[in-house]
Design a protein around this ligand. Structure first.
Ligand code: GDP
Ligand code: CA
Length: 333
């Protein structure tokens, strides 16, 4: 079975951890069934393969270093090196360089660059300077972290989420981290989206998938930019794979982050129904074949879209793997 997951940072990483747990249970069950049939069948056991297509719209250059917050959050989380409380960055982090930069009155001191985290950005930036692609740099970093899934940046090309505010246009990180998401959003723009292409393997993974999962990540600034990479949305809607989405909105509020502000900016209600409607049913030109919502949103209806309600709090891998199992069931209907 081949599963493709669209993912942003913290929510995407937690979801992927549960997908990985579900996949290993599924692989073991498939293996056992194959062993029992071994006397009659010689075919190799089919593998359960998970590919994450990760948002690159948050990527930013600071102090000359290329920083990819969502890729790093996914990589650290799946590699067991993330700070669980903060949700992003490295466990056991120290901030000596950040303090030293602040002492110079640095203009980028609002962005939290930990000492351990810096090594990741140094390796990535060196590889990019040597002419390697972001995909190649990601694969190299993953040799250390062994996330247990295939991690692909949505694009290797220049692609950044910008926020148009009444005071001017700024990078997404500047809006969210520096200004705490306070400036009013006129609209989001994906800089580079006209010319960017999907990273190697992205479109093929979608075309070969049995199941595409749209994680509970922010629909506007995590999933939106992935779908804005030319070819990606098309590949999904044309794929023979079933496509199931998981709501990151529970009871009309995001579990964490700024999805409420982002949805307001694009004129979509902050609810499971609003986001389900934004993605839309594939049967009527949208993205999804199924929509998972939390039990508190059990009454949710989206035109043309089968909806299933179950607890969607990703407390641990077990709870999240149960969400994945429900998505697989919904896909099989
Ligand atoms: P970011 O890039 O770090 O902002 O992370 P994502 O975009 O991947 O994830 C943020 C989204 O994940 C938010 O909209 C949250 O509501 C959602 N989210 C976080 N934790 C949970 C959870 O336990 N359950 C559900 N259903 N959604 C969650
Ligand atoms: Ca992000």
């Amino acid at each position: 079975m081949r599963i493709v997951v669209l993912a942003g940072g913290v929510g995407g990483a937690r979801f992927l951890s549960g997908v990985r747990a579900w996949a290993s249970t599924h692989q073991a069950a498939t293996q056992q069934a194959a062993t029992q049939q071994a006397a009659t069948q010689q075919a190799p056991t089919p593998r359960t393969v998970v590919t994450a297509i990760v948002n690159v719209g948050d990527n930013v250059t600071m102090h000359g270093l290329r920083i990819c917050p969502d890729l790093d959050t996914v990589m650290y989380t799946l590699g067991g090196g993330n700070d669980r409380e903060r949700g992003w960055g490295r466990a056991g982090e120290s901030w000596v360089v950040k303090d030293e930069l602040a002492a110079y009155g640095g203009t980028h001191s609002w962005f939290g660059l930990g000492d351990r985290d810096l090594a990741t950005h140094l390796v990535r930036t060196r590889m990019l300077a040597e002419g390697r692609t972001l995909s190649e740099a990601t694969a190299e970093l993953c040799r250390r972290w062994r996330p247990g899934i295939e991690m692909l940046p949505a694009s290797d090309d220049h692609f950044e989420t910008h926020v148009v505010t009444p005071e001017g246009t700024m990078h997404f990180q500047e809006w969210w981290v520096r200004h705490r998401g306070v400036p009013e959003v006129v609209r989001f723009e994906f800089d580079g989206a006209a010319t960017a292409t999907a990273a190697p393997g992205v479109l093929a993974a979608i075309a070969d998938a049995d199941l595409v999962l749209v994680g509970p990540s922010n629909p506007v600034v995590s999933i939106g930019p992935i779908l804005a990479v030319p070819g990606v949305r098309d590949a999904i809607t044309k794929s023979p794979a079933r496509v199931v989405g998981v709501s990151g909105i529970i009871g009309d509020a995001p579990v964490l982050g700024m999805a409420d502000r982002c949805l307001r900016a694009v004129g979509v209600a902050c609810s499971a129904a609003g986001v389900g409607g934004l993605y839309g049913a594939r049967s009527s030109g949208g993205l999804l074949d199924g929509w998972l919502v939390d039990t508190v949103d059990a009454g949710t209806t989206v035109e043309g879209l089968p909806v299933r309600a179950m607890p969607l709090w990703m407390r641990d891998d077990e709870a999240t793997a149960a969400m994945v199992a429900a998505a697989v069931e919904l896909a099989a209907r």
